[in-house]
Design a protein around this ligand. Structure first.
Ligand SMILES: N[C@@H](CCC(=O)N[C@@H](CS)C(=O)NCC(=O)O)C(=O)O
Length: 250
């Protein structure tokens, strides 16, 4: 086991949870620093002291000699941790084509898929927060934007992932890359599972259909990763830590 240790700056209800799962899989020593979203669902200003953009996840890598490196951006955090700590290729394939696929998904999750989901999410907030008397107009406006841009974007990405997973299932594989769990499944767990399939009612209404019937291979994959032991462990560790902290710390 490496002597380095990692500090993960974790924000509630955020993408940072999948980094906890990654750290558990890689068996790296880590410490969590908790940050709680404010009333506007934004990160508290303390996160900006770690990295100027004030977003989560962000990690600090503390080397054996004490020097620290700050790494931000999920895909970068994933590739850094894999490069430095996945010595036995537990989460990264050895086959060159599969390595490229993994690399693709590490970029794709935040670079292409997530912006569509964030757009839909922001529009949902806009509808809820519209001042009294403007809700109807706001609803028309954001539904129009969703129909023209975000919903087709979400749907074409889910179609793409469904086809990828269908091909994997036809080969007898349960995961996105090769025949075992990889970091691709972990990075995709947030947009595909936590954001979309785990919010089925909202997702059904956004795309106007039953998402489990439209994308059955993705649904099956969500069921597989929901049972991953170290994801379950990561979630329950965070729940315990959260409940043991006082509100003023969190
Ligand atoms: N592309 C970045 C996105 C980071 C990001 O937007 N994080 C959200 C949490 S899911 C955040 O910090 N939001 C709080 C805010 O913007 O104030 C990544 O993957 O790390």
């Amino acid at each position: 086991m490496s002597k380095d240790s990692i500090i993960l700056h974790w924000l509630n209800a955020s993408r940072s949870q999948r980094v906890v799962w990654l750290l558990e899989e890689l068996k790296i020593q880590y410490e969590l620093k908790f940050y709680k979203r404010n009333a506007f669902h934004r990160a508290p200003k303390e996160l900006a002291a770690v990295h100027p953009l004030g977003k989560s996840p962000v990690i600090e890598v503390v080397k054996e000699g004490g020097e620290k490196t700050v790494i931000a951006e999920s895909g970068h955090i994933f590739s850094y941790l894999l490069r430095h700590y996945d010595h036995d290729n537990h989460l990264s394939p050895t086959d060159p084509d599969e390595k490229e696929e993994l690399d693709y998904f590490l970029h794709y999750a935040e670079g292409t898929l997530e912006p569509f989901l964030v757009g839909v999410h922001v529009n949902e907030i806009a509808k809820k927060k519209a001042p009294f008397g403007t809700k109807f107009l706001m609803g028309m406006l954001v539904n129009g934007i969703n129909q023209a841009y975000y919903t087709p974007g979400v749907a074409s990405n889910m179609d793409f992932l469904e086809q990828t997973m269908k091909k994997q299932h036809e080969k007898g594989n349960k995961y996105f890359v090769g025949n075992k769990l990889s970091a691709a499944d972990i990075i995709l767990s947030f947009p595909v599972n936590s954001n979309f399939f785990a919010n089925k009612e909202q997702a059904d209404s956004i795309v106007g259909t039953d998402i489990s019937k439209k994308w059955p291979h993705l649904k099956e994959w969500c069921e597989v990763i929901d049972k991953e032991p170290l994801q379950i462990q990561a979630n329950s560790k965070v729940e315990k830590w959260e409940s043991s902290l006082s509100q003023s710390v969190l």
